[in-house]
Design a protein around this ligand. Structure first.
Ligand code: GLU
Length: 481
């Protein structure tokens, strides 16, 4: 028996209930993907920690796809685990997404919707697709071991389905609370994954998933489907660690009378050397990257193109990335996350940043840095915006000029030849030409002693841009005048 997502009548039969029941679904049946023009997608993080590079890639890909197609991006907060989810994490995650520019058209919390999940669970019970099971974790473990020792896959044996009403009543009277499992069809679930191509999950090789725990709390599987149906999600885009879940979830979509969305499962991220993403990088939070001075568009440019057929190049807007996005460009091999690439993208973006984009941050760094000419002079020497800080001191502060003994006379005559007018971008050229004529020095012997005396360093931004910022008075002082 093959369960195909676009064939709901057969599926209804395969799942053992009449399609008449499906039409009485208490849930609005969204129009199927084929009827959709604009996609509706969601990013569904659990607020149990800060978002990191791994899960922000999922958010980004959802956002770029929706945005490129004129669709809608919804932020769903998967906070059914009331113990591990916090409002503080939720606020931070919204802050991080906003900082990245990944704004949402709508957001909601699963924790506000338990009554709706209860209704869905009741519907599955009525269909005979959600059954109580009473095994403890230890008993299940023993069953798994026995199955394995007999060379069988560790699939739940559905012993709970053979319990009589009397058995159940006895168990419950003795205080045992059931957990609730979804009854998979035992057939194949097939879909054409937008990234992985044709997929086929044999549900007889998978345990009936637990949807509700003993304490009545929901695992992620059912609420996700209920919400996807209600929100009219057309495309579920997530990591490939959810491929097996999709088998069960597609059956739940159909059982609840919804049509399964299109699916796209992206390969996971690995480190630059192809090994599993190191703990450090894998857990690198967006907040940490921001604190380190990494630009949002460096992260977006990197993550949008990782594992795709496009080159990784800096982009200055999400709209540019959205225009370039296509599922067909995403390869099936794991995507390599290289921190060095991220650094390079960041530097390239910073080198070209207009003053208006950094003004506030420069002012925060140092009030003297909030100066357009300053930024334009130093930006190409900055791998991060914060790298402008030492240049503030070099230009506006007190530095110790570096003057070698053999250069003293040269530096003294340099002071005498400094153009008398206020210094401009042309002054450096005029000055060094005059000095060349007067002293016979040229090339490095001409420029380096001047740079070292005026800036106290061998390297730095273009002298022609720096000179007017330092100003005549300070230049003369540094030359010892
Ligand atoms: N909260 C789930 C997760 O973070 C959502 C998975 C999904 O997108 O369906 O893994």
């Amino acid at each position: 028996m093959v369960v195909k997502q676009n064939n709901s009548k057969n599926v209804a039969e395969a799942l053992g209930f009449s399609s008449d029941l499906m039409s009485k679904a208490p849930f609005p049946t969204p129009e199927g993907p084929s009827a959709m023009t604009a996609p509706v997608v969601r990013f569904a993080p659990s607020p149990t920690g800060r978002i990191h590079v791994g899960n922000v890639r999922t958010a980004l890909v959802n956002w770029l796809f929706a945005s490129g197609q004129g669709g809608k991006f919804i932020l769903r907060i998967d906070d059914t685990d009331l113990e591990r989810s916090t409002k503080e994490n939720e606020a931070l995650l919204k802050e991080d997404l906003t900082w990245l520019g990944l704004t949402w058209a709508d957001t909601f919390n699963q924790s506000d919707r338990f009554a709706i999940y209860d209704q869905a669970a009741d519907k599955l019970r009525a269909l005979g697709l959600l059954y109580p099971a009473y095994e403890t974790a230890e008993e299940l473990d023993v069953k798994r071991k026995i199955a394995q020792s007999r060379g069988r896959p560790p699939v739940y044996d559905r012993a709970a389905l053979s319990l009589t009403d009397a058995d159940r009543a006895k168990l419950e009277a003795s205080g045992v609370k059931p957990h609730w499992r979804f009854k998979l069809s035992g057939g194949r679930v097939e879909w054409n994954d937008l990234v992985r191509g044709p997929q086929s999950i044999d549900t007889s090789s998978v345990s009936d998933p637990v949807l509700i725990r003993e304490d009545g709390s929901y695992l992620y599987t059912l609420p996700s489907v209920v919400d996807d149906i209600e929100a009219g999600i057309t495309h579920v885009v997530r990591g490939e660690d959810h491929v097996t879940n999709s088998g069960a979830q597609i059956e739940i979509f159909l059982a609840l009378g919804g049509k399964s969305p299109e699916m796209a499962h992206m390969p996971l991220l690995v480190g630059a050397d192809g090994s599993a993403l190191s703990k450090r990088i894998g857990s690198l939070s967006i907040g940490q990257l921001r604190d380190q001075g990494i630009e949002p568009m460096a992260i977006a440019s990197h993550l949008a193109k990782l594992g795709t057929s496009d080159n990784i190049e800096p982009r200055t807007s999400l709209a540019d990335l959205a225009a370039e996005f296509a599922f067909s460009k995403i390869g099936r091999a794991p995507a390599r996350f290289d921190e060095a690439d991220l650094e390079n993208l960041n530097a390239a973006l910073v080198h070209a940043m207009p003053y208006t984009a950094v003004k506030d941050r420069l002012a925060e760094l140092d009030p003297r840095a909030a100066n357009e000419a300053f930024w334009l002079a130093v930006r190409e020497n900055c791998a991060r915006v914060t790298s402008a800080k030492p240049w503030v001191e070099m230009i506006f502060g007190d530095i110790t000029p570096e003057i070698a003994d053999e250069d003293r006379d040269f530096i003294t005559s340099a002071g005498a030849h400094l153009p008398a007018r206020e210094l401009t971008a042309a002054s450096w050229g005029e000055w060094t030409n005059a000095l060349k004529a007067a002293t016979g020095r040229k090339g490095r012997a001409l420029f380096m002693p001047l740079r070292k005396a005026i800036t106290g360093a061998e390297h730095g931004p273009e002298m022609s841009a720096v000179l007017p910022l330092i100003g005549r008075e300070r230049v003369l002082k540094r030359l010892g005048g």
